[in-house]
Design a protein around this ligand. Structure first.
Ligand code: G6Q
Length: 552
């Protein structure tokens, strides 16, 4: 009998063992046979909520799998963790912080307290400030230093202060305001800012310096370069800076030291994690480019998912189902990674966004109490939009040796109904999930080759290469259309999925010490690259690389 892997807590050991035994049974089954045996499989294993459908029937599960996974969630006290997160408990234990991105999209009459203080009025005060500012930019009453209206918004930020606003702004391209363009600069590589500035006119450009800490080296370097470019290309008057630079931060003193008036600073709070911050003032570039009404719809969509997550029974609950399936594949069926495959060109940045959301949250090697984990945690997240991926890495998903559970995300309606493009896109998306599930038997492969006129010897040689094992798990998430509301809902779906997994794995999804390390290390080497003489303070490889670069 297979050895049961260690469970995330002693209390979970029996259910973990049951799931392990059940996984052994399920590995002997094929999805093709399960579909043949149960014609109602789609009905049994799909959920629909508002304008979103989740078809999870093409997973290696049956009713018993779900019952066991539900029990796992119950025994991990998921319900109480959900309550604790939403009510503002300090569940980010290593940073002693509440985790309240959900409060950012709660209605004005909600009440969520942190340290006895209701945070909702503050959230809505900043939303009001964003709304006023956007209105002034849009109606032309906020102008550049020569009196011209703003035409270009440049967001300078990195990680959580870039990926969310960038992904959402790109996804909502059909909603962009006429006469405005958005740009995103994140990389400290001067190429990024250089290429962006080359396209801009300082008279009509507004920079948003987005940094929770306002100390992040990359962002501050880009911000200073942008300010210098602005001064060099305008009348070199510092008094003009205020019209062209605003900040989003929690660090008021550093913002003022940079030269941005505190009235032009948009605040957020330590209970908003970087990768969960697009709903806060970090969303300012989104509000500018698509308008406040659309930003509020984005928030409303996320709130709808929050309510669903809080109140739906586990087996009717989309984030819970996705999270439990994630655990099922990671811990019981040996999957090391998970693909995000949006069949929507506008969602092309979603895989990169979810890489951070998921891998920074659940890429943890110690449990909440600081002990090394003995069980697998977050998988590697990767992906590309369809149909491009089909002509690249799908080969490995279909016929490689690695199991790659995948999410296919598809809008039923397109914003660009041009000739037959959307039908082709939809057909490809659905056909791929079908092919991954069914595969192609040797008999089918042989028949196909014979029909193509091959002789026996050719069939013999080629048939093994034409066989597709199938039994490859996929979810399909269909949105009626990629609207601001549905996008908000989709992002919140993934946020909560990630949370569900972290609870089962008994890890803190809301810190990121691995990211902090990079920030410290680079500072030391930056100084050494700049100082005279050979560097000898590191290992021979690090010293060798530093000294090689110094000589170039
Ligand atoms: C996100 C991370 C990280 C962070 C960036 C930028 O959860 O903490 O990606 O967002 O390092 O940090 P600042 O906003 O402080 O510049």
């Amino acid at each position: 009998m297979a050895k049961t892997p260690p469970s995330p807590s002693p209390d979970l050991a029996p259910i973990w063992q049951s799931l392990q035994a059940h996984a052994g049974e399920m590995k002997k089954q094929h999805l093709r046979d399960m579909f043949a045996a149960n014609p109602a499989r789609f009905r049994d294993f799909s959920l629909s909520h508002g304008e979103m459908l989740l078809d999870f029937s093409k997973n290696l599960i049956d009713a018993k799998t779900l019952r066991l996974l539900e029990k796992l969630a119950q025994q991990a006290e998921l319900e109480s963790w959900i309550t604790r997160m939403f009510r503002g408990d300090r569940i980010n234990n290593t940073e002693n912080r509440a985790v309240l991105h959900t409060a950012l999209r709660a209605p004005a009459d909600a009440e969520v307290t942190v340290d006895g203080q209701n945070v909702i009025p503050e959230v809505h005060r900043v939303l009001g400030q964003m709304e006023n500012f956007c209105a002034r930019v849009h109606d032309g009453s906020w102008t550049g230093y020569t009196g011209k209206a703003i035409t270009d918004i440049v967001n300078i930020g990195i990680g959580g202060s870039d990926l969310g606003p960038h992904m959402v702004s790109t996804a909502l391209r059909p909603y962009w305001k006429d006469g405005l363009s958005a740009h995103f600069v994140s990389n400290v590589d001067g190429t990024d800012i250089n290429e962006t500035l080359a396209r801009l006119n300082p008279e009509t450009t507004l920079f948003i310096i987005a940094s929770k800490t306002f100390t992040t080296r990359e962002t501050m370097t880009n911000a200073h370069t942008a300010r210098q470019w602005f001064l060099d290309n305008s009348e070199n008057r510092h008094s003009h800076v205020g019209r062209h630079f605003v900040a989003v931060s929690t660090n008021a003193s550093a913002v003022q030291a940079f030269g941005i008036d505190k009235d032009n600073m948009f605040e957020f709070w330590d209970w908003v994690g970087g990768r969960y911050s697009l709903w806060s003032a970090i969303g300012l570039p989104i509000t500018l480019i698509v308008g406040m009404d659309n930003f509020r719809k984005l928030l409303a969509g996320a709130h709808e998912m929050d309510e669903h997550f809080r109140h739906a029974d586990f087996l009717q609950n989309m984030p819970v189902i996705l999270g439990l399936l994630g655990v099922w594949y990671r811990n019981f069926l040996g999957a090391s990674n998970h693909a995000i495959l949006p069949y929507d060109h506008s969602l092309r940045l979603l895989p990169a966004y979810l890489q951070q959301a998921d891998m920074e949250s659940n890429g943890k090697g110690v449990s909440r109490d600081g002990n090394p984990v003995d069980w697998d945690t977050g998988p590697i997240i990767w992906g590309q939009p369809g149909t491009n991926g089909q002509h690249a890495f799908f080969q490995l998903i279909h016929q490689g040796t690695e199991m790659v559970p995948a999410d296919f995300i598809l809008p039923a309606r397109t914003h660009h109904p041009i000739s037959e493009h959307h039908e082709i896109l939809c057909a490809n998306c659905i056909a791929q999930t079908e092919a991954l599930m069914r595969g192609k038997t040797e008999e089918e492969a042989r028949e196909e080759l014979a029909a193509a006129g091959m002789d026996e010897a050719q069939i013999e040689a080629l048939a093994p290469h034409k066989v597709f094992p199938g039994n490859k798990p996929t979810n399909t998430i269909v949105l009626r259309q990629l609207t601001p509301f549905n996008l908000g809902k989709l992002i919140a779906l993934y946020e909560h999925k990630i949370f569900v997994e972290s609870i089962i794995w008994n890890i803190n999804a809301f810190d990121q010490w691995g990211v902090e390390l990079g920030k410290q290390l680079a500072n030391v080497i930056e100084h050494e690259l700049d100082s005279a003489g050979d560097c000898s303070s590191h290992d021979s490889s690090t010293n060798g690389l530093v000294n090689y670069l110094k000589r170039q």
